[in-house]
Ligand binder design. Structure first.
Ligand SMILES: *[C@@H]1O[C@H](CO)[C@@H](O)[C@H](O)[C@H]1NC(C)=O
Ligand SMILES: *[C@@H]1O[C@H](CO)[C@@H](O)[C@H](O)[C@H]1NC(C)=O
Length: 231
């Protein structure tokens, strides 16, 4: 009797744990419950003070083809900046029709001879990068600090798994262009150097000095730099 009594809560606890685990490992955006949910432009409405996970839906009867259209990736990004790269996003901020669909795109332009999309991570998306022009040296680091790298030529594809730190570097003598598909309507981007040394307000000097095992004037030097954001 006692054994039987003890079994049920254990099974229930496992079921709950399995359910919780399922939700925790579900890394992509939630599935839509209708054909589409074109995002409301909340700057135009009275609901601008209310936030939900995603965006509010506009009346689907009012949707048009333009809600699913964006011409902004025709234009090359300006790579005349300290990194020599520019990311042009095409996510739910640019295409309201992407709301709830769990996918987005970005164009990345790289200056010749060393244009760099610096080490960064997308907290909500896996990325599939396709090179349209040029030659890129790319890589990502796993959670046990293994580095995976590859040299990509025109037409080549590389995957950056969700959350992992990755980069792309133009090792060719000409401008490079790539398109990145991302498994979220709002992938987010955390650029490592900017987040660690360029946060506002700055991270405590003693914290970074100990974390990087360097003299604190090395950290002060890094915190004084201008951390350009190519996004
Ligand atoms: C949202 O509305 C504002 C104000 O009318 C406008 O400036 C902005 O371009 C709109 N954004 C989009 C994505 O349509
Ligand atoms: C690109 O950016 C640089 C630096 O901000 C600027 O001087 C230049 O005019 C820009 N070029 C174009 C085509 O917008």
């Amino acid at each position: 009797m006692m054994m039987k009594g003890a079994h049920f809560p254990t099974a229930a606890a496992f079921a709950l744990l399995a359910l919780a685990t399922f939700h925790l490992v579900s890394a992509s955006d939630p599935s839509p419950l209708q054909d589409f949910c074109v995002a409301l432009n909340t700057t135009q409405t009275a609901v601008s003070a209310v936030f939900v996970n995603g965006k509010f839906c506009r009346d689907p009867k009012l949707a048009t083809a333009d809600d699913f259209f964006f011409s902004g990736l025709r234009i090359p990004g300006n790579t005349s900046n300290p990194l020599g790269s520019k990311v042009t996003p095409a996510n739910v901020e640019q295409i309201a029709g992407l709301n709830t669909l769990g996918i987005s795109l970005a164009r990345v332009d790289y200056a010749p001879n060393g244009g760099l999309n610096p080490p960064h991570t997308h907290p909500r998306a896996t990325e599939v990068l396709t090179v349209m022009e040029g030659t890129l040296y790319v890589g990502f680091v796993t959670s046990d600090n293994r580095l995976f790298t590859k040299v990509l030529y025109k037409g080549d594809v590389f995957v950056f798994p969700v959350g992992l730190i990755h980069f792309q570097f133009n090792i060719g003598k000409v401008q490079a262009v790539a398109f990145a598909a991302l498994s979220s309507q709002n992938p987010g981007v955390i650029t490592i150097a900017n987040a660690v040394f360029g946060s506002n307000p700055p991270i405590n000097l003693d914290v970074l000095t100990k974390a990087f095992q360097v003299d604190n004037n090395v950290v002060q030097y890094l915190q004084k730099q201008f951390w350009y954001d190519n996004n």
